[in-house]
Design a protein around this ligand. Sequence first.
Ligand code: SF4
Ligand code: SF4
Ligand code: F3S
Length: 266
Amino acid sequence: ENKPRIPVLWLHGLECTCCSESFIRSAHPLVKDVILSMLSLDYDDTIMASAGHQAEAIVTEIVEKNKGNYILAVEGNPPLNEDGMFCIIGGKPFVDQLKYAASNAKAIISWGSCASWGCVQAARPNPTRATPVHQVITDKPIIKVPGCPPIAEVMTAVVTYILTFERFPELDRQGRPKMFYSQRIHDKCYRRPHFDAGQYVESWDDEGARKGYCLYKMGCKGPTTYNACSTVRWNNGTSFPIQSGHGCIGCSEEGFWDKGGFYDRL
Ligand code: SF4
Ligand code: SF4
Ligand code: F3S
């Protein structure tokens, strides 16, 4: 109880903020407990009260006063074309803020597919040269928590694990926590018996769709997507895309925007 809460600096580059939207909906643990009791979220320009110079001064304070003792959480990524001019924070390119904030960090969390892989802004032809965090910061431990966005409880579970054990959970070769990304959606999908039986939805309103058949022929990317949606599910375990009638578009996979996940048949 007397242990000081570890400071967290949460930056936002090129992103849509839905990773934050997901995070604040965590039910287990409740996000209020994460933010108010478990860690010290000292900077997050999306939800903090202060703004302008007052806010930017907090970044400097965290970086200089907590050397090697704060976590840098990054939502979004830096665009590198035109010296980073496509994303300006506090009058400077985001890539500069990212490098500075990373300089004394203990470790980095790359939230979502933007920070982990590049996501929509890095889709071909990637005009701003949006670049994932690990390709810009190469001298710090980085954990990737991909998904567009990641599941809320996966995000808070990763934070809880790091705070509890003071280390990252076991990661796969791509830097993702194995506990949530070691299985494909397809491995635990409740429609899998229909896949095995060769029962497929052939068009969106056919009899197979009404019966809940497999969505493979409608382009479901579950067989090649590593994420926890078919086990943890979304909205406090309520549902996930396939359960609501649409195939998985592979949102946690690298380069999914360019891999035909959107209404293409396989
Ligand atoms: Fe938004 Fe997806 Fe990027 Fe998260 S990963 S900030 S949800 S575009
Ligand atoms: Fe696999 Fe998708 Fe069919 Fe589920 S709906 S069994 S994930 S192909
Ligand atoms: Fe994304 Fe597929 Fe899950 S689209 S939310 S990884 S079911």
